[in-house]
Design a protein around this ligand. Structure first.
Ligand SMILES: [Zn+2]
Length: 137
């Protein structure tokens, strides 16, 4: 069987094929979870959000990006290639702004962590460069 599904915001029209009603149900649920995750930015409420995939060290990061610079990340399930909206941190606590965040340059460490550096790349003029603030002396 086949379903044609229009996302809630009307931006996408997705054709979904499935052998059984159960399979169709699962696939529609997956489409809704990912493509209807966010209709507006959690930081500035703008609807000017776009899909973005960043590749860092051969890993792909799936995100929504707002015109204000905020990003919303999707987690990836290890099996099956499915995505899920990331609304909680590693400890299970709810993220602020429903998961949307603007990258804060590490000018001053918030809390010192031993030998652990998080580098979030930014797409600048078509090439991927680290977004970390580096000071040359
Ligand atoms: Zn925004």
């Amino acid at each position: 069987m086949e379903a044609q599904y229009k996302t809630k915001d009307g931006r996408l029209f997705i054709k979904i094929d499935a052998e059984t009603p159960k399979e169709l149900f699962k696939r529609i649920a997956s489409v809704q979870e990912v493509f209807e995750a966010e209709a507006a930015c959690g930081c500035c409420q703008s609807k000017e959000i776009r899909f973005q995939v960043r590749t860092v060290d051969k890993n792909d990061y799936y995100e929504l990006k707002c015109s204000c610079g905020a990003r919303f990340q999707f987690g990836q399930n290890k099996e099956g290639g499915s995505l899920f909206p990331k609304r909680r941190d590693e400890a299970g606590a709810a993220l602020p702004n429903n998961g949307w965040a603007k990258y804060q340059p590490m000018t001053a460490p918030v809390e010192p962590k031993a030998a652990e550096t998080v580098v979030l790349p930014a797409v600048i003029a078509g090439k991927t460069t680290p977004n970390r603030v580096t000071r040359s002396s």
